[in-house]
Every structure is written in C-alpha cells, then in structure tokens.
Design a protein around this ligand. Structure first.
Ligand SMILES: *Cc1c(COP(=O)(O)O)cnc(C)c1O
Length: 231
C-alpha cells in the first residue's frame, strides 16, 4: 500500500469513528508522525492531503526543513523537547504539542518574546502516570494551564497525551476518558471554551481515541509503514 492509499483508508476509519460521536471526518485533524521517514515521504503525505506533519527530533526536523519537506502543510513538534533546543523549534513549528513542564513553558515564552511572536502549543499530560514519560501529572495540569495563561507569547490550544502502550485493544479507554474529562474541565473553567485540540490516538488506537473525544490524531506507521530502527 502506498502512503496515499494508507491515508485514504485511515480517513475512512476516522470518518466512521467520528460519526459515532456525532461528528464528521472534517472535525478530526490527521497529523502524520513522519519521524524516520524522508522528505520524499513527507511530500507524498502532503500531496495526499495530510492535515499536518509531526516530528519528534529537533535535528531531524531541522534537516528536513532545509530540504523543504514540509512545504504545503503545517509542521508540528510532537517529541520530547529539551530546553536547550527550544530556539530551534519556536517559530518553526506551527504547534508544539509536547509541552510538559513549567520550565519548558518559560523557555518557550522567552524565545517567542525575543522573536516577537506568539507560539501555539498544547500541554502534554502524562495520563498513565508513567515514570519514564514526560508531561504534567493530571492533577498538575489545571495549575499549568492557569500559569500558561499568564504568558503573553504562548497560546495554549489544548491538550495532548501519549497513553501507556496497550497490550490489548481497548485497554486505554479509561485513560482516554480521563483525558477527555480533564480537557472539558480545563477548557470550560480556565480557557473560556477556546481550546481547539485534544490530541490523542496513534496508529493502533486512533479510532478508540476519537470515539473517546479526541479531535487530533498522530499517526505514523499506519501511514508510512513500519519504522526501520536498524538504520
Ligand atoms: C511516533 C509517534 C506517534 C505515531 O506512532 P505510530 O504508532 O507509528 O502511529 C504519535 N505520537 C508521538 C508523540 C510519536 O512519537
């Protein structure tokens, strides 16, 4: 299957999942997680109508930017971002989805201020409470959202999460439900219902995530094929 065929079949599954919650496929943003895929693959996904491309590694993103890999689609940063690399991402990525600490918020604010821009971001929530994962604990997220509101060069457009790896289908439904509840709570009580995105769902579980209220999915291997980690 080609990238464009994969995208077409994912769009159909997105449409079906969205319909179960009274929405349509047009309500869901499909982000292609293009890590470890080259500029040609990115261009193919853009030609096939992907809504955005998401990168994980600053170095890879910078190289592919220089190859014009993302021309024609918004670029998102979705990976773990170190503070010393913030300068390479702010103003380059239309949306930084993975902001999971107050220190990172401050660094993005400082960098965006220097550039005279407002950087759109999502707050990352570590919904499974996993030791190895970054992101705000669910209980800390409202406080972080309130703090981010005081920063004038950062605009929070919603929340993002990467739940634990599922060992069986449906296993993450409780986490997706908790995330949806947190999103509604912060959106209503802190952000005057101005949030736009709840980013959750990947190749293995995007339909479940959409049925649980997600409106942005980050899909990698189901679009681009299995990643070759031997390279
Ligand atoms: C790689 C990645 C994805 C996509 O993963 P797949 O299982 O290949 O769809 C989504 N989100 C983030 C943050 C990723 O790093």
């Amino acid at each position: 299957m080609s990238i464009s065929e994969n995208i077409a079949s994912i769009r159909l599954r997105i449409e079906a999942a969205a319909a179960k919650t009274g929405r349509t496929g047009a309500d869901i943003t499909l982000v292609g997680a293009s890590k470890m895929n080259d500029a040609a693959a990115c261009r193919e996904a853009i030609a096939a109508g992907i809504d955005a491309l998401g990168e994980n590694r600053v170095q890879e993103m910078t190289r592919k930017l220089s190859e014009n890999a993302y021309d024609g689609a918004p670029l998102h940063f979705i990976g773990h971002l170190q503070r010393n690399k913030v300068k390479q991402v702010v103003g380059k990525a239309a949306l930084i989805q993975s902001v999971g600490s107050l220190a990172l918020l401050d660094e993005i604010e400082k960098t965006a201020e220097k550039l005279g821009i407002v950087q759109d971001i999502l707050l990352e929530v570590n919904i499974g409470g996993e030791e190895a994962k970054s992101g705000f604990a669910p209980a800390e997220a409202p406080e972080a959202a309130r703090y981010a509101k005081t920063l004038s060069h950062v605009q929070v457009l919603g929340l993002m999460t990467i739940p634990p790896v599922e060992s069986a289908p449906g296993e993450n439904l409780p986490f997706f439900a908790q995330m949806q509840a947190l999103y509604v709570d912060i959106n209503q009580n802190i952000y005057d219902n101005k949030f736009k995105y709840l980013s959750m769902g990947m190749s293995g579980d995007f339909a479940e995530a959409i049925e649980s209220g997600s409106n942005m999915v980050r899909v990698g291997s189901a679009i681009f094929g299995a990643r070759d980690y031997s390279k």
